[in-house]
Write a protein that binds this ligand. Structure first.
Ligand code: ADP
Length: 154
């Protein structure tokens, strides 16, 4: 008997599992992409959040369902309106790294009240030190899937 409480065992596991092990493929659009094309991309890719990137996959912002719905209230032409105008922009985007624990990721999802986090790493060669390259997507679904797997006793 290890002397560990069940709660402690679960906590240790959640801190040991890394974001990189459970992340999904990111769905990205360029900043000049229209709101209309962003909506189409959300349907085709079956995601609720798109990451807005520029060349090299460098993170510019995040656009959610609500951001897109909001624009339909303004009466603007969604074919002409770029997502760059309606997205949440860097440096206000909450991110995680592949080596962060899934617990840290879940904590960020809850405390910032968002559905998805871009998984990022510092951009390489020739980029500014603040620039981040998008390498994945961590959503509430990833956490729920892990929860189900853990519940199965794996
Ligand atoms: P939805 O709009 O579908 O409810 P969210 O709750 O995730 O999705 O988004 C709410 C707001 O938070 C939106 O304005 C969105 O741009 C912003 N947002 C979403 N994800 C992030 C993130 N990782 N970092 C910062 N802001 C985000």
């Amino acid at each position: 008997y290890s002397g560990k409480t069940p709660g402690k065992v679960i906590a240790e596991k959640l801190h040991r599992i890394k974001v990189g092990e459970i992340k999904s493929v990111p769905v990205v659009v360029p900043e000049h992409c229209s709101v209309y094309d962003a909506v189409v991309t959300m349907f085709i890719e079956d995601v609720g959040t798109l990451f807005v990137v520029r060349e090299g996959g460098l993170l510019e912002g995040v656009v959610s369902r609500k951001d897109l719905l909001k624009t339909t209230l303004g009466g603007q032409d969604i074919h002409k309106l770029p997502v760059g105008v309606v997205m949440t922009r860097m440096p206000n985007v909450i991110t995680v790294g592949p080596e962060d624990s899934v617990w840290i990721a879940a904590k960020k999802l809850i405390s910032h009240e968002v559905d998805a986090l871009p998984v990022v790493r510092p951009a390489g060669e020739g980029a500014k030190s603040t620039e981040l390259e998008v390498i994945g997507r961590l959503t509430k679904t990833n956490i729920t899937r892990l929860f189900v797997e853990l519940g199965e006793g794996n």
